[in-house]
Design a protein around this ligand. Structure first.
Ligand code: HPA
Length: 195
């Protein structure tokens, strides 16, 4: 996909995850998901790529609320290994072969559309998050429900609010993601080749 439907745009969760449902219906067994995210971990720099080790759903909503179709997936899906272990290993191996530094961490998904306050960023750090963004969590939940294997990579587009004494802007996010695009594509191509 080029782009996605975000919860903050006003789409219901069912629309946000519809593309993943369609992919699963078409027989896709793997979901590779990417996003731009703010670096909550102070060891991260703009331009870093972060392998998503796990996530925190902080969207105050959930795409699987409602009746469950047991023929599609379980009522209470296990999220212990939402991000496929073997794929994470593979991504690390391919990054190393390419000489690309790949950070690793926990992604926390918020609704947006505001960026976080510095206090929220401190809270997320305390909760164990390394990066914060406004997407991905609903899609990954649905992919896991559908028994797809998931690999996630975040582009750290900016230091999260309050880390640097400067305002956040969408322009900075776009600029950094454009700079990293080449490395990101090289890595994803290498991963896809070896899957
Ligand atoms: N916060 C939330 N979402 C984001 C950020 C951020 O700092 N950067 C890019 N997406």
């Amino acid at each position: 996909m080029q782009g996605r439907f975000h919860f903050y745009e006003g789409y219901p969760m069912s629309d946000v995850v519809l593309p993943v449902q369609v992919m699963a219906d078409l027989g896709a067994k793997t979901l590779i998901v990417s996003n731009a995210a703010g670096g909550v971990n102070t060891n991260f720099s703009p331009g870093d790529l972060m392998l998503i080790d796990d996530h925190i759903n902080h969207m105050h909503s959930h795409p699987l609320i409602g009746p469950n179709d047991d023929t599609i997936g379980p009522r209470f899906p296990d999220m212990s290994t939402a991000y496929d272990r073997a794929y994470k290993q593979l991504a690390k191996q391919e990054a190393e072969k390419l000489g690309l530094q790949l950070k690793e961490g926990v992604y926390v998904g918020t609704t947006g559309p505001t960026y976080e306050t510095p206090a929220e960023v401190r809270m997320f750090r305390t909760l164990g998050a390394d990066a914060v963004g406004m997407s991905t969590v609903p899609e990954v939940i649905v992919a896991v429900h559908r028994n797809m294997r998931v690999l996630g990579i975040s582009c750290i587009s900016n230091a999260a609010a309050g880390i640097l004494d400067q305002p956040l802007s969408h322009e900075e996010v776009i600029e950094t993601t454009n700079e990293v695009k080449g490395n990101f594509l090289t890595l994803v191509r290498a991963i896809v080749r070896s899957i």
